[in-house]
Design a protein around this ligand. Structure first.
Ligand SMILES: [Zn+2]
Length: 139
């Protein structure tokens, strides 16, 4: 590992709010760190259907979703039927008068979106994820 890489090896869980604000754009901060939601059909990955590659956490770079699991749900946000193993955590979210399951990055605990039980086979899951919470890595 080079010295530069060592410098980058900060545990994202140790970052202060101020440090997050420096690292993220305003919209990224609002979604990732304040559990915000980007406007429906506004995200750059809604109509993005590459043959391969992966989507990483925009806050910490962890691989979250394989492009092969992305599908067109019509819901207005990027949708996946599966997350990479142990890359995300889920918790029940009762905000906004709804009972939903929130999805967070397991590495940095940033908010990504929600998961629903109306997805396609083989999992039956629909991970509804904000584009701004991810960064596509691939062709
Ligand atoms: Zn992360």
């Amino acid at each position: 590992m080079s010295e530069t890489e060592a410098d980058d090896a900060v545990d994202p869980r140790d970052l202060t709010d101020e440090e997050w604000r420096e690292r993220l754009s305003e919209e990224e901060y609002r979604v990732l760190r304040e559990s915000g939601t980007e406007a429906k059909f506004s995200g750059e990955y809604v109509d993005h259907h590459p043959d391969d590659g992966e989507y990483r956490c925009r806050a910490c770079g962890t691989v979250l979703f394989d492009a092969e699991t992305k599908y067109e749900s019509g819901c207005g946000w990027p949708a996946f039927y599966a997350a990479e193993e142990e890359s995300v955590t889920t918790t029940v979210d009762t905000s906004h008068g709804m009972r939903r399951t929130e999805v967070r990055c397991a590495n940095c605990d940033s908010h990504l979106g929600h998961v629903f039980d109306d997805g396609p086979e083989p999992t039956g899951k629909r991970f509804c994820i904000n584009s701004v919470a991810m960064e596509y890595d691939g062709e």
